[in-house]
Ligand binder design. Structure first.
Ligand SMILES: O=C(CO)[C@@H](O)[C@H](O)COP(=O)(O)O
Length: 223
């Protein structure tokens, strides 16, 4: 699976989102959009109207990460609007399989997310229902936190589960991904990397994406 980088606009300037999207569009595979409702996580960001505007402002596909309660109800609208990928948290979804199927039916890639302390094994039997498994490497809610090395064994186990089942499911990590941490996550088996502050805190965000990609490709060793 090719290494992919998904810059998180949580660390961008919300007053200039179109410009911030353009700043990474030469090199980013996705634009990661953190939708937070102030309930599932203690932070409030943006919702569907902003996603609809972003879709008009950029050709980079949107990777929408819903950190919200009741994603079963809201996720389909993001897929219908044109998001390329819509990820829901396993803990928040009351009918994850139905919701993943609905996201796919509406034409988006379907993702399932797990917080750092949530095990991957209970979801092994439903990996065929998803296009991406997102393992949080920080507690969700805020950018700029430190990468949690305690998640590395779970990344390895998830990679094993996906390889054993020959599932073409992308393995995304999100939180604290930087030039200092991306190699560890790539060695463990991740192939899609969300990076907020490491990209938008850099002088040249597009270059930062390329540097992260080069480190991950090297660490993944052609996997
Ligand atoms: O979902 C989240 C945080 O909950 C992330 O997408 C952050 O936006 C990542 O930011 P950095 O840790 O890379 O600064």
């Amino acid at each position: 699976m090719a290494i992919q980088i998904s810059p998180s606009i949580l660390s961008a300037d919300f007053a200039h989102l179109a410009d911030e999207a353009a700043a990474v569009s030469p090199s980013a595979d996705w634009l990661h959009v953190d939708v937070m409702d102030g309930h599932f996580v203690p932070n409030l960001t943006l919702g569907l109207p902003v996603v609809e505007s972003l879709l008009k402002a950029t050709d980079t596909p949107l990777d929408c990460h819903l950190m919200i309660e009741d994603p079963d109800r809201w996720a389909p609208a993001y897929a219908e609007a044109g998001a390329g990928s819509v990820t829901v948290h396993a803990r928040a979804a009351s009918a994850p399989v139905r919701t993943l199927r609905e996201i796919r039916r509406l034409g988006a890639r379907a993702g399932l997310a797990l917080n750092p302390a949530e095990p991957v094994e209970p979801y092994a039997d439903i990996v065929g229902e998803m296009d991406m498994l997102l393992l949080m490497t920080v507690e969700p809610g805020f950018g700029g936190q430190s990468f949690l090395d305690v998640v590395l064994p779970k990344i390895r186990r998830a990679r094993e589960i996906l390889d054993t089942r020959e599932a073409s499911v992308w393995l995304q990590v999100d939180g604290g991904v930087s030039a200092e941490t991306i190699e560890r996550a790539a060695e463990a088996g991740a192939d899609v990397f969300v990076a907020g502050s490491a990209v938008y805190g850099a002088q040249d965000p597009a270059k930062a994406v390329e540097s992260l990609r080069a480190l991950a490709v090297e660490a993944a060793g052609g996997r």
